[in-house]
Design a protein. Structure first.
Length: 100
């Protein structure tokens, strides 16, 4: 993560790049939210995830042997089976996406 800027707070968000490396976006932890959230800001779009998604993802990766492709489907297309993206989109995913 040496290329990542920021500390992950709202005042100093992580500045990340999209998989092709062509665009930047920001993410930060909002531990004051109820429930605590992981916030992703892409332009004017803001997405929120329950902060526990980090622990849920860690458990899933351990169960799968620590390697699962991330995935990068267009928003209007289904995620490829066997990717983190598909796992997160399942209705049974406990950490679920929402708005922050």
């Amino acid at each position: 993560m040496s290329d990542v800027k920021g500390t992950g707070s709202k005042q100093d968000p992580w500045v990340l790049k999209t998989p092709p490396g062509t665009s930047e976006y920001q993410m930060w932890r909002d531990e004051e939210a109820d429930p605590p959230a992981l916030v992703c800001q892409v332009g004017k779009t803001r997405l929120g995830y329950q902060l526990r998604c980090i622990e849920d993802l860690h458990a899933m990766l351990k169960a799968e042997g620590d390697w699962v492709p991330l995935g990068s489907a267009d928003e209007q297309k289904p995620a490829a089976e066997g990717t983190v993206e598909a796992w997160d989109a399942r209705p049974t995913t406990r950490s679920g996406a929402g708005t922050a």
